[in-house]
Design a protein around this ligand. Sequence first.
Ligand SMILES: Cc1ncc(COP(=O)(O)O)c(C=O)c1O
Length: 389
Amino acid sequence: MNVVPVNEAVSTETADDSRIDGNLTQLEYLALNSDFNLSDGHARQELTPGQGKMVGELPRLWAEAVVRPVEEIERESHRAFFHLLGQHSYPGADGRVLACYSSSVAMEIFARALVTEADAIALVHPTFDNIPDILRGVGLRLVPLEEDVLHGGDVPAELLGSVGAIFVTTPNNPTGRVLSRERLVRLAEQCAEHGVVLALDTCFRGFDEAGQYDHYEVLEASGCRWVVIEDTGKLWPTLELKIGWLVRSANVGLPLAKVYSDILLGVSPLVMLMVKRLSEDAADGGLRDLHEFIATNRALVRANLHDVPGLTFVDPDSRVSVERIHLGDRSAMDVWAALREHNVYLLPCGRFHWADPSEGDRMLRIALSRSPASVDVATRALRSVLMGD
Ligand SMILES: Cc1ncc(COP(=O)(O)O)c(C=O)c1O
């Protein structure tokens, strides 16, 4: 069997019967034009009536964005979003919240700032592979921090002594695991003791109330050096109009603002007003409806696949907008390729296991922020492939 580099596969569109060797985003590109794209974790479901109303108001929001001071709009936007998600102690008043075009841009800024003082970082394993790719891209050495170790108790002192920062995705993508308040308290204490920067990616916190306790209260009380990356991009179907917020402690000591200024001037005030309006709608019941929507799609996936021999649902308690399945002894790439014949796209999990891709070789991830009809068709197709129909 040929192994085709994914860029070639994308450009030639001739790789239907071949294995694709690419990172997760490259695999996600292949799905972008399919009606049954359950590959990337971006929100692609229909707008709710409340969100549709905001879209109808865009000309008014545009006019408002033109005339009002950006700083004022920005403050209102992050206030609405952070309070929606329980982050009442976030440092919004003193310029410690930087708005970026996306969370990956925030991540790049963090990585470039960190590498000015550190050569190694501990990173949760598994997690979405653009995080290790960005960190490696600036020359940092990565040390895996297994989820079970992270959630099980204190992080080994030896590990803390060998790195300049610890990076945790919570809730994690793809596992949905959330760092409890109790664990965050202790991790922040340990980071303070060792002078290690604690970095959190909370892009998926909107989906799980367990991730909505006030993280900033804990971080500020700990005295550790910290950075948090927040994201509006996974929650609402806004056609890639989103904000990644890079938030920092007063004592972080990294040149984040300088690197930010090397890259961008700021995010569109129109997008900030959209985020403010969407946050208000979410606070007014939209977030509860979103949780129900995701739970319904998850239940649909499980109902369509529950009796497939050898298949298991890996994350029974997950609330995030993706669902992992274990395929027993089948290869995820084989099943991915067979589904592609039906124009259905899921995501093989190998690359999430950035330190040992073989651990994910028999798992697929299904995106749930999709219309129930496409979740239904895609998982029925998966069922037929797995049953050999
Ligand atoms: C946990 C996590 N952080 C960051 C990102 C990057 O998001 P974006 O592509 O919007 O920059 C992703 C993408 O899916 C993600 O899963």
